[in-house]
Design a binder for this molecule. Structure first.
Ligand code: SAM
Length: 286
């Protein structure tokens, strides 16, 4: 931790501001400032970047991000009880921390940030996946962020980086890996948090690709992947039949055996299938 962080220990901050953790807000706080500094470093070089942090809570990671040199941090916290604690951090780092007391699902952070932008957060478990999917599916690509460094329950982190043939492989893996390079960069036991959650956690670092990894129409790819994994034990020729009666021809065009199941199919092959279906639908509509 950089020497400029002269703020009180986090346990003291929690006691002073009466921040007893609320389960309904997914509050499992990180109190070890060495650990929060380490997570901030996993986000890469923060100097010259604005950082969006969702759910700063008492501010452990916020302090790490600022001490590691973030140009500015925009911290969006739903719990109003955390605001006075965060104001103390803002006073220690003049002009570098802006706090918004709101629901991260309801605000547009871009009004407050300047490129390049990184996202770093110990996400509340109840909105973590929804936020990730939003960040991965903006209207235009590349997105507003250059990287996402996010703490999830380990099971969710494993779904993001999963490879074909594993149980964890599915929509989240395909979406994440189509748009980014994603890696688990740290795992944490429950005891790292206060209060400890029931499960292990992991930090995933996602770097935005300049363009999606393989060409495909986003809406068509999403439709194909949803249909394939909604019935993941079924052979693709039956699971995907509702998309196109000639699905076997499209599977063949994408070099996918029609008897294959979704969890065996690579991202590259799903993209080829989406392209074949898009081409057929543009032929019928013209
Ligand atoms: N960053 C802190 C840390 O590492 O100790 C707290 C992490 S805690 C897992 C999640 C935080 O997200 C809590 O402070 C909680 O109040 C906040 N939160 C929950 N739902 C939220 C939402 N929809 N928008 C913004 N913050 C939210």
């Amino acid at each position: 931790m950089s020497g400029i962080d002269t703020l009180p220990p986090l346990r003291e901050v929690i006691a002073t501001h009466d921040l007893a953790a609320k389960k309904s807000l997914g509050q499992n706080f990180l109190l070890d400032l060495n650990l929060t500094a380490k997570i901030a470093r996993l986000a890469g070089d923060l100097r010259g970047a604005d950082v969006l942090e969702v759910g700063p809570g008492p501010g452990g990671l916020t302090r790490g991000l600022l001490a590691e040199g973030a140009r500015r941090v925009l911290a969006v916290e739903k719990d109003p009880r955390c605001v006075p604690a965060l104001a103390e951090i803002a006073a220690a780092y003049p002009g570098r921390l802006e706090v918004i007391n709101d629901d991260a699902l309801e605000i547009d952070p871009l009004m407050h940030l300047t490129s390049p932008i990184k996202v770093a957060a110990n996400l509340p478990y109840n909105v973590g996946t929804e936020l990730l999917v939003r960040w991965l599916t903006p209207q235009d690509w590349p997105p507003f962020w250059t990287s996402l460094t996010l703490m999830f329950q380990r099971e969710v982190a494993e779904r993001i980086v999963a490879q074909p043939g594993s149980k964890a492989y599915g929509r989240l893996a395909l979406l994440s890996q189509w748009r980014s390079d994603a890696q688990i960069v740290m795992t944490l036991p429950p005891e790292a948090f206060s209060p400890p959650p029931k499960v292990h956690s992991a930090v995933v670092h996602l770097t935005a690709l300049p363009a999606p990894r393989y060409p495909a129409d986003a809406a068509m790819l999403s439709k194909v992947v949803a249909a394939a994994f909604n019935q993941r034990r079924k052979m693709l020729r039956s699971a995907l039949k509702p998309l196109d009666p000639a699905i076997e021809d499209h599977l063949q065009a994408a070099s996918i055996p029609p008897t294959e199941r979704a969890e065996q199919v690579s991202l590259e092959a799903f993209c080829a299938l989406a392209r074949s279906l898009s081409a057929a639908s543009s032929r019928t509509s013209s």
